[in-house]
Structure formats: C-alpha cells, structure tokens
Design a protein around this ligand. Structure first.
Ligand SMILES: Cc1cc2nc3c(=O)[nH]c(=O)nc-3n(C[C@H](O)[C@H](O)[C@H](O)COP(=O)(O)OP(=O)(O)OC[C@H]3O[C@@H](n4cnc5c(N)ncnc54)[C@H](O)[C@@H]3O)c2cc1C
Length: 369
C-alpha cells in the first residue's frame, strides 16, 4: 500500500475512535501507514471492564487486570446462587491502564490524533474526514463511534463507586454480579459489587430499563445497599457511570465499516462486550494480514436472535426480570454459566436455560416475532 502527495493526508488505514476496539486494533498494526483518531485521553476512561476468561496471562490486557474471582454470586429476596468455576475467572480490567498500554505500543507508522473526527464520509472501503485541523483520506477505515441509544429502547445504565472501606469486606473472594434486593419499581435493578481487596470495593447500581434515572437515584441505592451490608465508606476513590445500548446500533452506507459495540460486538441481553470486541479485533487483524479487510461478525445470528427475544420478554414483562436472571444462574453451574455469558454454551446448557424461563411470556413473544 502506498501513500501519495496531496492536500489530504493519505493513509492506508484510519480508525475513528480509539476506545477498546479502536486501540486494540491500532496496537496490532505494523508495516502500514495508519491513523487513530480519539478525542479523549485514557485517563478520562478510568473505569472497569469485566468479563469471563480462562487464560489471562497470554492476553494483552493481563497487566491491566485489577481483580480476578473464581466465585461469583447472584442474589434475590429468596435465594443466593454461588457459582465456583475452575475453568473460568471473572476478571476486571482497568480501562485507563489498558488503553494507556495500547497507546504506548503503537508502531511508529501509526499516528494517534487526539481530536474528534468530523465530516466522516465513506469512500469506497475507506473514508475521508477531518481531525485536528487536517484532512485525511484512508484507503480502509474502521469506525467505532457509538450512536446514542434511541428513546424508548432498552439499555443498561449505571453509576458505580469505587470505595475504600473502613472495615474489611466479608467475602473478598466472591464477586457479586447481581443483588436484586433493591428497588425494582422502575425496571430491572441490581447492585454489582467487585471487591478488589479486603478494603477496596467497586459497587454499582445498575438498571436495565428504557429510561435513565437522576444520579441521586443510583447513589441512594448504593448507599442503602452498603448500609444493609454494614459497609462504611472510608473514602470515595472514583465514580464511574455508563449507558450500554441493548438494541442494535444503526448502520449507514455513508459511514465506514463499524467495529466494537457499534460493529455488533456486544451481547445485547447483558451488555457484555469486552471479550467479543477482542475476538472481533483479533479476527479482523488476521484478515488484514491476509489482505481481507472485512469486519468479522462475532455474534452469530442464532445468538443475536435469542438475545433479542430475551430482551423483548424483559421489555414486555419487567417484573419477570429477576426470576429470568436468577433462574438462569440456578440452571447452570459456574463453568456452564461462564460459557453461557460468553455465548459459548452447548446445546444442553441452552436447553437447561430455556426450560428455566417463564414459558408463557416467551411463547407470547415468539408468536409476535
Ligand atoms: C463505564 C462502562 C463500563 C463498562 N463495563 C463493561 C464490563 O464490565 N464488561 C464488558 O464486557 N463491557 C463493559 N462495557 C461495555 C464496553 O466494553 C465498553 O463500552 C467498551 O469501551 C466498548 O468499546 P468500543 O471500542 O466499542 O467503544 P468505545 O470504547 O466507547 O470507543 C469509541 C470511541 O470513539 C470515540 N469517539 C466518539 N466520537 C468521536 C469522534 N467524533 N471522533 C473520534 N473518536 C470519537 C470515543 O471517545 C470513544 O473512545 C462498559 C462500558 C462503560 C461505558
């Protein structure tokens, strides 16, 4: 591939958005002229990305891992399901550390432009755009910018506190994935708590619903949950907040190929995206090395259909949400649950989950499909 002299800066590959997908791809590129355009510094994204994994030490994110649990639990008013897994760990990666590492590993031919791209237009398989006061033309382009979730669409939204606690956390070896003993009146609501050590805890109030709440609503839920657990805050270290779309992102022929969440690398029923993004980037890079620049689809049509059905049932029957989640956890052991969340469940594991679901609600939505 060659660059040419022209008023536009010509590059082989442009990546719009240097977040998880963009920088994970950019750090792999070598032997071509590339640009990655990202307005935010990694420090602006000081939050945690967590996911199931079974061999962290071979992975590029290993140095950014903040927590690792082989036990996790899901709790409601009536029961507590504790999973143990010998094959899988639930890992938490610090996004700022990971992105900083990716930026430091960029090849000398990969330029990082700390600016927002504008006037982005697809041009063949590439794009033209402006960024940082310059015009660019790329032969191939990948766009990881996400669209704002539509009004009325299902989304996962949350506020989290990372705190230093006054006394030791009771079970620092167990991650609380969902504790539903919180206000369920506005949607499916749970507390997510990751003990990074005996005195460090990330605690999030997470909602799955169509409407965002006032910040005070999430923080009141966090405070109530901490009080119920007898946990006193010694120091509030940082606050994280997020909104993850649980419906497909719009596509446009006028924009370059999408990657990351924008490119479908997300489980729409759970909002888990990290592992799928890594898979998509690894496969895309393998393709680029062979001369195939197509973005791979990492969520199979069957999985996307099942996730969409799950979300439709949830949207139509919010009060069933807690039972759907808790029954999924009860139907599976730790290894199966991790595989299920990773989208790698066997047919038998799928059958166990399907049998544990509220049949009428699913049949009603199936008929409407
Ligand atoms: C707070 C938070 C916590 C999360 N936790 C988890 C988790 O625990 N597990 C999990 O699996 N997933 C999690 N996710 C979901 C997902 O893993 C992350 O959102 C991840 O960052 C998605 O990667 P991405 O590359 O698709 O998008 P992003 O990382 O959002 O990258 C898109 C980038 O585009 C940039 N951009 C926007 N406009 C422009 C422009 N005009 N020009 C150039 N760049 C632009 C943005 O600044 C952004 O950096 C979380 C998301 C959030 C927000």
């Amino acid at each position: 591939m060659n660059s040419h002299n022209s008023p536009e800066l010509q590059v082989d590959i442009a990546i719009i958005g240097g977040g998880n997908a963009g920088l994970s791809l950019a750090r792999k590129l070598e032997g071509c002229r590339a640009v990655v355009v990202e307005p935010q510094t990694p420090a602006a994204r000081n939050y945690s990305w967590s996911f199931w994994h079974n061999h962290q030490h071979q992975e590029p994110f290993a140095a950014a891992v903040r927590g690792c649990w082989h036990q996790w639990k899901i709790v409601d008013q009536h029961s507590e399901v504790v999973h143990n897994s010998d094959h899988y760990a639930y890992l938490s990666v610090n996004a700022c550390d990971y992105l900083t590492q990716c930026e430091s590993e960029l090849a000398s031919t990969v330029e990082l432009v700390r600016a927002a791209a504008s006037d982005v237009q697809a041009a063949g398989r590439g794009a033209t755009f402006t960024a940082g006061g310059r015009s660019y033309r790329a032969q191939y382009a990948y766009d990881s910018r996400q669209s704002t979730p539509a009004e009325g669409a299902l989304k996962q939204h949350f506020i989290g506190w990372e705190i230093k606690t006054k006394t030791a956390v009771k079970e620092p070896h167990i991650a609380t994935l969902m504790d539903f003993r919180v206000d369920q009146s506005r949607g499916l609501h749970f507390i997510y708590a990751l003990p990074f050590s005996s005195h460090r805890l990330l605690v999030e109030s997470t909602m799955i619903s169509t409407t965002l709440e006032e910040s005070a609503w999430y923080t009141a839920a966090i405070e109530r949950w901490l009080a119920l657990q007898g946990i006193e805050v010694d120091e509030l270290i940082r606050v994280e907040r997020g909104v993850i779309a649980m419906s497909e992102q719009p596509t446009s022929a006028h924009l370059p190929a999408k990657i990351g969440i924008a490119g479908g690398a997300v489980r729409l029923s759970s909002g888990y995206a990290f592992t799928l993004i890594q898979q998509q980037v690894n496969q895309l890079y393998a393709g680029i090395s062979r001369g195939d620049y197509t973005v791979p689809t990492v969520v199979t049509a069957k999985l996307a259909w099942m996730d969409a059905l799950f979300n439709r049932v949830l949207l139509a029957n919010p009060p069933l949400g807690v039972a759907m989640m808790v029954n999924t956890a009860k139907a599976l052991d730790g290894n199966s649950f991790a595989r299920f969340m990773l989208g790698k469940a066997s047919l038998w594991e799928w059958c166990r989950v399907i049998l544990a679901m509220p049949k009428r609600a699913f049949l009603r939505e199936l008929v409407r499909c």
